[in-house]
Ligand binder design. Structure first.
Ligand SMILES: [Zn+2]
Length: 452
């Protein structure tokens, strides 16, 4: 306790630890705004590897891409850490309206969906306006029908949290007798491209095939179903692969004084299969690697090690747990962790670990972030990306850059997730912010666990 008091007293008497480094941080920030590394990494992963679900042959190509890219960018201690990851592979899919007139619908099977019989499922569709209406329906109410939940999504992350529950409602439909389940895409866009994502089957309920349809297709079915009989034919093929493997891949910028103290940042390398996985999440990998590479190019590395991790299975889970388990012995030496996984649009605010916002050593942060339009929040970070949840649960402090997510869900998990929707200036604003914060923490003695 006495040590704590003395250290606090000392901190109030000396010049803030970052004062001398603010100029370097500002130079890093300004250089990042005009650097092409993040764009190059994002386009390279998107175009050279393409869609890369965990467990697919493309995931192995993504692993090889990651190792080569980390080497090329100058990272050391490159590690490939395998973990068991049962997976699901999509097959041929075809969803068609057969009455009142024939029309091929824009549809995509949801991850983990059971396949239909080979000849498909043909049935009338029942449209319900919301998940609440589905849950309010009596057991057996939709016997033999295909149920569509046509619940629109509100813009932004909060809207997603609410709307995504409809994607997990296949068992609610099955309990009411449905033979297949459709959800309006969990999307704020107006394009026809359907948005995939994971299913959630309850134990004890029949596992019925499930798909998402494009937003305009949902509007069409709702309009027609209100006026008469609408009939669909669904063909969804897929298979379970119980024995596949995924990899968490990492590289380091070694610390110059305390290399065993580590800052863990990164993004996830797996993606859904309809698009190129550019905003989800080549962007996160691009931002973290570019920020680390810029710091590495300084005349001297900061005191602590910066580790960039490319987590290998976020969309269908598993990477966070595997990473925390594989690094159990070094948890106390991980200073702080965070993942970039909300696309490539600008950062609005920074949330620091609990108790850090008021600390003297972070006094220069607000000034450094201000030209980027980023506020340092008095609120502590709670959510720092699902791949660091395992570390967070084990007591590793986390920070979070909260991004503008108003466009993100127009494209997320759809065929439109490509570099064409990425704004390079906003991508670089992310790089600048990550470079500043990671550099300052890496070159400090800041201990977010509160042991000063
Ligand atoms: Zn993601």
């Amino acid at each position: 306790m006495r040590i704590v008091v003395l250290a606090a007293l000392a901190a109030s008497l000396v010049v803030p630890a970052f004062a001398g480094d603010a100029a370097t941080a500002a130079r890093l920030r300004d250089a990042a705004l005009n650097d092409s590394t993040a764009w190059d990494v994002l386009t390279s992963l998107s175009y050279e590897v393409g869609p890369r679900p965990a467990g697919s042959p493309a995931a192995a190509r993504a692993r090889d891409w990651a190792v080569a890219k980390l080497k090329e960018l100058g990272f050391s201690n490159i590690r490939v850490e395998p973990f068991a990851k049962p997976s699901w592979r999509r097959g041929a899919e075809d969803v068609e309206m057969t009455a009142p007139f024939p029309l091929k619908l824009a549809a995509v099977g949801l991850g983990g969906s059971k396949p239909t019989p080979k000849k498909g499922i043909a049935a009338d569709v029942v449209v319900v306006n919301s998940l609440a209406d589905l849950k309010a329906a009596q057991m057996g109410a939709f016997k033999g029908k295909i149920v569509l939940v046509d619940q629109p999504m509100k813009r932004g992350l909060g809207g997603y949290g609410e709307a995504v529950e409809a994607r997990y409602a296949e068992s609610e439909a099955a309990k009411r007798g449905a033979v297949a389940y459709l959800t309006r895409s969990i999307s704020t866009g107006t394009g026809r491209a359907p948005h995939t994502g994971h299913t959630h089957y309850d134990d004890g309920a029949a596992k019925i095939p499930a798909a998402a349809i494009g937003v305009p297709d949902a509007d069409l079915l709702a309009y027609l179903a209100a006026r008469g009989v609408v009939r669909l034919r669904l063909k969804l093929a897929s298979k379970e692969q119980p024995k596949t493997v995924a990899w968490n891949i990492s590289g380091e910028i070694l610390g110059s004084e305390k290399p065993d103290e580590v800052i863990v940042i990164g993004g996830h390398i797996d993606s859904w299969d309809p698009g190129l996985g550019s905003i989800d999440d080549a962007a996160g990998i691009a931002i973290a690697t570019a920020a680390a590479k810029m710091i590495a190019a300084l005349p001297q590395h900061p005191k602590r090690t910066i580790r960039v991790v490319l987590w290998g299975s976020e969309e269908t889970g598993g990477a966070a747990k595997a990473y925390a388990a594989a690094h159990a012995a070094e948890l106390a030496r991980i200073v702080v962790a965070s993942e970039s996984d909300l696309g490539s649009d600008r950062i609005l605010k920074l949330e620091l670990p609990e108790g850090a916002a008021g600390k003297l050593e972070f006094a220069s942060l607000a000034d450094l972030m201000k030209p980027l339009g980023i506020a340092v929040s008095p609120e502590a970070a709670k959510d720092a990306g699902s791949d660091v949840e395992g570390l967070q649960k084990a007591g590793v402090p986390v920070f979070s850059f909260v991004q503008d997510s108003s466009r993100y869900f127009d494209y997320h998990h759809s065929a439109d997730d490509t570099p064409a929707i990425v704004d390079q200036a906003q991508l670089n604003q992310n790089v600048a912010a990550w470079a500043v914060l990671v550099y300052l923490v890496a070159d400090s003695d800041a201990d977010f666990r509160g042991k000063h």
